[in-house]
Design a protein around this ligand. Structure first.
Ligand code: HEM
Length: 104
């Protein structure tokens, strides 16, 4: 199921990425995104920024991560989730999650 976990948010844009400004012609809402994602396929406003989560088998062997390659390694993936979802992970817990991903 495609989900928006915030990877394409304007706040994560680096200078080498585009910034699309999309306007909802019914509500006048504006969304700025580096990648409209699934909305490019469906044309639906609700699908802006939604991406499929890839299968994680052998994930350690294929950095960088996320659709735009914005996480250079597995610790960067964990750092993203820790910040984005305010998980409050300890350094030990982060290391455990990296080891878990590396075992898949
Ligand atoms: C701490 C828990 C989690 C870990 C360790 C984790 C791990 C990962 C990794 C390693 C990737 C990148 C895979 C690749 O690029 O090949 C990924 C992508 C993704 N994950 Fe998670 N994930 C977690 C939680 C979640 C949750 C809770 C959701 C949904 C609410 C989610 C949805 C997604 C989606 C949609 C992508 C694709 C994003 C994109 O490429 O833009 N993940 N995850």
């Amino acid at each position: 199921m495609p989900l928006d976990i915030g990877i394409a948010d304007e706040s994560r844009r680096t200078p080498d990425m585009p910034l699309y400004t999309l306007k909802n012609k019914t509500t006048n809402e504006i969304i700025k995104t580096t990648d409209p994602g699934r909305a490019l396929i469906t044309g639906k406003w609700k699908d802006i920024g939604r991406f499929k989560g890839p299968i994680l088998r052998s994930v350690a062997s294929r950095p960088p991560y996320f659709h735009d390659g914005s996480a250079a390694d597995l610790p960067a993936v964990i750092e993203f989730y820790n910040n984005r979802f305010s998980m409050g992970l300890t350094e030990d817990e982060k290391a455990d999650l990296v080891a878990f991903l590396a075992a898949l």
